[in-house]
Structure formats: C-alpha cells, structure tokens
Design a protein around this ligand. Structure first.
Ligand SMILES: [Zn+2]
Length: 446
C-alpha cells in the first residue's frame, strides 16, 4: 500500500475531539458506501460475486434508536418517544435485578474496534480510551493496512488521539490479509511487537473488504507462518456467495471455511469475530482444543434480535454485518458468554461509526457505533440473565489470556445509574448516531 497516501489521509485530522454532543444534523447522501461499491469482489472459496460489496459494507451494524427496558425492572418499558418511535429491545430478563449497584473490575480491553481515518480518528478514539486500556484496531481503511510499517503509522495517530483521555491506552494492530500477503510480511508483523495478527475478510463481506481473500488456499503459506510465529488469525466468518441467505452465511462459513482451515493449519490460533449465531457459539464452545479457538461478541448481538431491523419501519442504525439474527441465536450467544466455556468468549465491540447520512441513505452502510457506552451495554446484557459476575472475565481477562498478554492492572467501576445517550456525537466534522441514541441506559462508568 502507499504509505504516503495513507499518511496524507490520516493526517487530515483535527487535534481536538471529544465526545461532546452536538445537535442532530440533517444527513446528506453520502458516497461513503463507495468503498463497498468497488468492483472486483470475488467470492470467498467459490466463484461468485461480492453481493455485499454492492449492498452495504460494514462488518457490523447499527446503532439505533430504540427503546429499552431498565435494568432495575425487567418488566418496565419506557414509552416510545418521538420521531417515529424507537426500537424496543426484545430481550427478556431473568436476572437478579438490583442485586448489584456498583461493579469494580479490571480495566477492560476491546478486541475488535474500528477507529476510521483522517479527522474521524480523533473523534472516536477518546470514546474507547476513556474506558479501555487496550484495543485491537481493525485494518479495513481504504486502502487497507497491510504491513507492519503502515500499522505503525496508523497506530501513532491513534495514540495521539488517545493521549489526553488515557495516556495508558495502547492500540494493538491487526493487518489486512490479502491474496498477496507474503511470509516476509508475516515475519515483519511478528517482529513489530504491536501487531497481534491478521484479519481474514472474505472478499466482499463487509466495509472495505474488496481487498479480501478470494480463496483461503492462496494464503496458506502466510497462515502457516503466522502459526509458527504465534500470530492470531481474526476471521470475519461469513461466506459471500450470493446464493446463500444473508442470515445463513455464518453457519455456512463454519462448515465451508473454518473447519477445514483449523484442520489444515494445526497450530494456528483463530478468533471468530463478532459471532451472531448458536452455530458459532456451539462450534467455539465445543471445539476440542483449548486456547486455539475463541470468539468476540458485540453489544448489539446480545441486546437485539433481527426484529429490531424492522421495528415500525426500516431501522438503518441497527443494520450491521453480520446482520442481527433470530432471538434464539441472540440468547445462545449471550449464554455462551456466561456459560461453561465462557473463557473462550471475550469483548469485541466492533464499534464501527459511519456518518449519519451514510446510514440514513438509499445505500445505508452497515455498522453500529457503540464505543461511547460499550461497557454499559454489555452490563445490560449480562444483567439481563443475572450474570454480572461474569462480566469482568469477559471484558478484562479472557481476551488478554487468549492473546497471551498480561491483564490490565488498573480498575474501572460501573454504577447502576441511568443516563441519557446523546442523539449524535461529533464525527470528524460530521455526526454519528450512537447505539441507543436518545435513550436512557441504566449503567454508567465512573
Ligand atoms: Zn469489524
């Protein structure tokens, strides 16, 4: 990739930032889907086209306005508010409501985060840095981050954006695996000290994934080198065949790609990113080897099911990829995070901001911005099943252990104290609509 071009882009940022609220602005039609419109997406494994590359892009989805219930009363619902109604959360609660009022825990890590480029970096990084001490930064810029050298440049910009909020914040990096990734590139990554792995996007699966791998066979030498050097493979686990239903793509990926891959490269450690289905939760839980396969889980996939996409109309702010699934899948993913193999699951928000206008358009981008209240969202989900005691391991221990890094040393405290999420946050000269925009949520971080 052209580092100079990337630097030019990245340096177009402002030095100020913040999580301050700004008024909702009218969205403009945006070309931000343009990256997804790039042609050349060849389907993963077989030969089909990149369906998603013409319909959306992100690897995650939607923030949205919806309504939720308070944690202190599972049966209470806040009335639908103005503006065409909110999406009402549909999860059920069997938790020990009010049993825990504050929760002090080891500082957490976000093992799947998008911080964009240009002026947007400075807008979004402080949201994460105020709560987390580390994050694994996704490489799907346009063009993507493909070498340790490029990652170093990007990392320094992120550090700069975080320093006034949290001087201890450490961005860790993953590189974008392409058909051309060489063993030398893998060696350089391993030597860097800050690259933790490579991200495998099937071509066309999500935002800026047109550089993705067209056939896993092409990257076998790189994967073997990663296994040898202890780097981790992060996978976006969806096939992209246009003939496969969008709700079935994760399940198909496990059978068609992930199982053969884990069999073929015996020592490779893999994180199945942002899992959304019972199939994935079961596959990870039941995998016969410990410490080899893990999964990240986003807030939206344990708080919402696919009804949220169509609650009273189309809801672009809860559109994400992988897309929200049926209730039985939401329950299964949440139960896996607190279940007997819970050490294999950890926090990865996949917070993925897009400008408001890029979501509210004829080609709405996929992605949910959740960094502003990430830990609170997970607390809501874990509290809903009475498992707040499992939150610390999920947020602060399991990921560090899997990545073979020390756990963080500081602490953070969650308090059961309601606050209202702003309608928008500033976003590099534009605005982003956050997850639970305009809604009150029951957990605050101190
Ligand atoms: Zn992602």
């Amino acid at each position: 990739m052209n580092v100079r071009a990337m630097m030019t882009t990245l340096l177009m940022r402002t030095t100020t930032i913040q999580t301050t609220t700004v008024g909702t602005r009218k969205g403009t039609m945006t070309p931000s889907c343009s990256s997804s419109l790039r042609r050349g997406g060849v389907s993963f494994v077989s030969s089909l086209d990149s369906f998603e590359s013409s319909t959306g892009n992100r690897c995650r989805g939607g923030g949205g306005r919806r309504k939720r219930r308070t944690a202190s009363s599972s049966s209470r619902r806040i009335p639908t508010r103005r503006g065409g109604g909110r999406v009402v959360l549909s999860f059920s609660s069997t938790g020990n409501e009010n049993s825990i009022e504050t929760l002090t825990m080891t500082k957490p890590d976000d093992w799947h985060l998008h911080v964009r480029d240009g002026a947007k970096i400075a807008s979004v990084v402080p949201h994460t840095a105020k709560t987390f001490d580390r994050a694994l930064i996704m490489p799907n810029l346009q063009p993507p981050i493909r070498t340790a050298e490029e990652a170093d440049t990007y990392r320094k910009l992120i550090l700069d954006a975080a320093k006034t909020t949290n001087a201890k914040f450490e961005p860790h990096m993953t590189l974008y695996l392409t058909d051309e990734t060489s063993e030398r590139t893998v060696e350089d990554a391993a030597k860097s000290g800050f690259v933790r792995g490579f991200k495998l996007y099937p071509a066309g699966a999500t935002t800026n994934s047109s550089f993705g791998v067209t056939d896993v066979k092409k990257v076998m030498p790189a994967l073997r080198k990663m296994a040898e050097l202890g780097l981790v493979l992060q996978v976006h686990g969806e096939v992209t065949h246009q003939s496969v239903d969008i709700f079935d793509r994760e399940e198909r990926y496990i059978e068609e790609v992930l199982k053969p891959l884990l069999e073929e490269v015996k020592d490779l450690r893999v994180v199945m990113e942002h899992i959304t289905t019972k199939n994935a939760a079961d596959f990870v839980s039941n995998f016969p080897e410990s410490g080899r396969l893990a999964a990240t889980i986003t807030p939206q996939h344990v708080l919402l099911n696919r009804n949220a996409l169509f609650k009273g109309g189309m809801r672009p702010h809860v559109y994400c990829l992988p897309i929200l699934k049926r209730e039985e899948h939401r329950e299964a993913v949440l139960n896996a995070a607190v279940g007997p193999k819970s050490e294999r699951f950890f926090l990865g928000t996949d917070s993925a901001p897009h400008p408001k206008g890029a979501k509210e358009s004829a080609c709405g981008c996929a992605g949910v911005f959740s960094a502003h209240a990430a830990l609170s969202f997970y607390a809501m989900a874990f509290d809903s099943v009475g498992k707040l005691d499992k939150l610390e391991a999920f947020a602060s221990h399991n990921g560090a252990d899997f990545y073979r890094m020390p756990r963080n040393s500081g602490t953070i405290t969650l308090k059961r104290e309601e606050w209202e999420v702003p309608e928008t946050y500033e976003f590099g000269g534009d605005v982003v609509v956050p997850f639970f925009a305009g809604e009150k949520i029951p957990w605050s971080t101190l």
